[in-house]
Design a protein around this ligand. Sequence first.
Ligand code: NAP
Length: 493
Amino acid sequence: MSAAETTFVGGVLVPLLYLLSAVLFIFGIKGLTKVRTARRGNLLAAGAMLLAILATLVDLGTIDYRWILAGLAVGGLVGAVVALRVEMTAMPEMVALFNGSGGGASVLVAISVLWLQMIEEPEAPGATAAVALGPDSAVSAVLGILIGGVTFSGSLVAFLKLRDKTKIAGKRLSQPILLPGRHLVNLVLVLGALAVGGWFAFATASEAAIGAGAVVVALAALVLGVMLVLPIGGADMPVVISLLNSYSGLAASATGFVLNNNLLIISGALVGASGLILTQIMCVAMNRTLANVLFGGFGIQDEAAPAGGAADEYGTVRSYSAEEAAMVLESAEKVVVVPGYGLAVAQAQHVVRELADLLESRGCRVLYGIHPVAGRMPGHMNVLLAEADVPYEQLQEMERINPEFKETDVVLVVGANDVVNPAAENVPGSPIAGMPVLKVWEAGTTIVIKRSLSPGFAGIKNSLFENENNIMVFGDAKQVLQELVAELKQAAA
Ligand code: NAP
C-alpha cells in the first residue's frame, strides 16, 4: 500500500466507516424502543456491526486472516445455533451468557494489549526489561480487565441462578446467598485491583511484574463478580441482567480506550448507557433503589414463618370449569387480560388474541395490562403479544391500566402470579413488599388461569386466589383459552 493509500484508508475511509457504523448503532437502538420498529432496529444494528468488523479488517491491512476467519466461523456457528434453538422463556439466560462473553472478551483484549506493549518496549542491550505504562494505558487497561472480569463471572452466576437447577449446600442458587463479611471482602477486592492499577500508572516495573499484576486484577474481578451476584435473587434478577449488560458495554468502552478505537468507545458507551437506563426503569417499576437491589438480599424468606403464609397453604379457593368461566366473560362489557410467564410457557399468545377478538365481536372492550417485569425478560409480554398481532394500542402499561381496574368487569389473569400479588402492598415482610403490582383485585371479578396453586418466580403465596371475587380455572393456559374460545363460539352460534 502506498503512503497516499495508507493515509486515505487509515485517515479518511476507516474513520468514515466507523462514523457511519456508530450512526447506524444509534438508529438501531432507537428502532428497538418500539415494537413496530424493533425488527428494523435489530437489522440496522447487526448491519452496523458487520460494517464495523469490515472497517477494522481494512484498517488492519495485510495480516494473516486465518485466525480471524476461524473465530468468525466458530463464533457465528455457536451464535446461530444458540439463537435458533433458544426457547423464548430461556432468553434471559442467553442474554446473561452473551453479556458474560462480552466481558470475557474485554478482559482478554486488555491483557493482550498490555502484553503487546510489554514486548514492543525496546530494550537497551544489557538492561533489565522495565516498562512504564503511563496513566492512560494503565487506567483503561485496568478498568477493562476489572469491569470485564466482573461481567464475565457475574453473568455466569446470573445464568446459573436463572436456570435454577443448581444447589449449594442444599440451598437453591436462585435464592440470595449472603456470605458473612461479603461487603468487606468486596471492598478489599476493589481497592486491591485499583491499587494495582495505580501502580501500573506511575511505577516502572518489569514485564513479569506487570503480567502478574494483570493476572491479579483479573482474578480479583472474577471473584468480585461472583460475590456481587450471589446475594441477589428472586424477582431482582432482571435488574441484575440489565446491569451486567451495562457493565459489558462499559468494559468494551474501556477496551476501546486501550485499543484507541473510537467505534468501540462509542458502541460500548451506548450499551453502557442504555443498560443503565433500563436498570433504572426496572428499579422504578419495582419501587426499589439500585443500592437496595445490589445489597438488599431481596427474595430471602424466613422459611419457618413465610410472610403472608406458606406458599402452598390456601383457605377457600373457588375453582370453575372453562364453561362456567365463559359465562362470566359473556356478560362482561370491559375485560383486561393480564399475561404472565405462564402465557409464554404455554405459547398461548395466539389463542388469547382469538378470545379477545371474539369478546370484541360481542361489543366488549378488551385491553391488556402489561407489568414491566411480567415473564422472564424486559418486554417479554410485548414481544409475545406483538407476535400474535395484538394491536399495540391495546397494550397498557401498569401506570395506565391500574386506575382502570375499578371500572373493569373481568380481569383475565393468564399464567401471571407475582405481578398480581396483593402481598406487595399488604404484607410488609414479603419478599416483594413495595414492588408495584397490577391491582387486579379492584375489578368486579378476576379469573386466574394456571395449572395449580404453585407459587410464581418469587416463591410466595398469592392471597388473590382466596378472594371472594376470584375464580381459578386450573389447566394449561393454551388449553383453557381454547376451551373458552370454543364455549364463546358455541354461545354465539
Ligand atoms: P410468575 O410469578 O413467575 O408466575 C407464573 C405462573 O405461571 C406460575 O405461578 C405458574 O403456575 C404459571 N404457569 C406456568 N406454566 C403455565 C402453563 N403452561 N399454563 C398456565 N400457567 C402456567 O410470573 P409473572 O407473574 O409473569 O411474574 C414474573 C416474575 O418473574 C416476577 O417475579 C419477576 O420479577 C420475575 N422475573 C422477571 C423477569 C423479567 O425481566 N420480566 C426476569 C426474571 C425474573 P402453575 O405452575 O400453577 O401453572
